[in-house]
Design a protein around this ligand. Structure first.
Ligand SMILES: NC(=O)c1ccc[n+]([C@@H]2O[C@H](COP(=O)([O-])OP(=O)(O)OC[C@H]3O[C@@H](n4cnc5c(N)ncnc54)[C@H](OP(=O)(O)O)[C@@H]3O)[C@@H](O)[C@H]2O)c1
Length: 257
């Protein structure tokens, strides 16, 4: 089969959380460029409207929904709006997330809860809503969660973040088992360090230089380094027999040299 056919996403409706910045912004553009109708979700509507215009100018189709992923009451209305725009969401990219440079000993319960609400509760809420709707409409489809190298390695000062991303990796596996009979594949991408707003200050200030020396490829990633794995997991053809897996894309960082 030709690559263009293998990775063709025509007919898919993809909802991307955290589409206003960084990885989510790029995921939306790649999915739209390969035929999916994309629903852009985040709290900052202005940035989503700009991205929608950009995607449309490139010939894609996009809609915007304002969504705080940590607020369960906003989940169903967001999927309802997506469905009104383009029909049942058949691909969920659970990407919205925050970081927090605090050790497990210094964290307050409030900081812990805030991080878990966005990084773990939110993706679960969205996965539940998306899969219920896919099951009702009998569409099958896919869920792609964004994990991290922190799902595999203890990274200094990232206790809560690491706990949330370890849980995302396991949630991916459990939901994959539950949803396989409904023809819904659930997988995750575990990126290493990719330059985005979440870490720009750390890397552009030089504070991350030592960290880069611990990565076998001696560089941090660019959002487009995830394009290939995104398309592989998103495509019903290319990724047909993949479910429950977390694919690491990290320049070798997880190997721990
Ligand atoms: N960059 C990396 O090195 C790296 C590595 C591994 C994993 N990741 C993961 O990749 C994902 C994206 O990170 P990024 O690097 O692209 O960070 P980013 O540039 O800071 O983007 C984070 C996105 O999440 C959204 N968001 C934050 N809180 C939200 C909430 N309560 N409800 C809805 N949306 C919310 C933000 O939009 P609004 O503020 O507009 O809501 C923004 O679009 C995260 O899950 C992160 O943990 C990143």
């Amino acid at each position: 089969m030709k690559a263009a056919d293998l990775f063709d996403l025509s007919g898919e409706v993809a909802l991307i959380t955290g589409a206003s910045s960084g990885l989510g912004r790029n995921f939306a553009k790649v999915l739209a460029a390969n035929g999916a109708k994309v629903v852009l979700a985040a709290r900052t509507t202005r940035k989503l409207e700009d991205l929608k215009a950009e995607i449309e100018a490139e010939g894609g189709e996009a809609a915007v929904v304002t969504l705080d992923i940590s607020d369960r009451a906003q989940i169903a209305p967001a999927f309802e709006a997506a469905e009104t725009a383009f029909g049942t969401v058949t691909l969920l990219i659970n990407n919205a997330g925050i970081s927090g440079a605090l050790t497990g000993m210094d964290l307050t319960p409030e900081e812990w809860r805030e991080l878990m609400a966005v990084n773990l509760d939110g993706p679960w809420f969205a996965a539940q809503e998306a899969s219920r709707r896919m099951i009702a409409a009998n569409t099958g489809g896919g869920i792609i969660n964004i994990a991290s190298v922190a799902s595999f390695r203890a990274l200094r000062t990232l206790a809560a973040y690491g706990a949330s991303k370890g849980a995302i990796k396991q949630l991916t596996a459990n939901l994959a088992v539950e949803l396989a009979r409904h023809n819904i594949r659930v997988n995750a991408i575990a990126p290493g360090y990719i330059l985005t707003e979440i870490n720009r200050e750390f890397f552009e200030s030089g504070a991350g230089d030592h960290m880069i020396k611990t990565i076998p490829q001696r560089r941090i990633g660019d959002p487009c380094d995830l394009d290939g794995v995104l398309l592989l997991l998103a495509s019903r053809k290319a990724g047909a027999f993949m479910t429950g897996t977390t694919v690491i894309v990290d320049g070798g960082q997880v190997l721990g040299v």
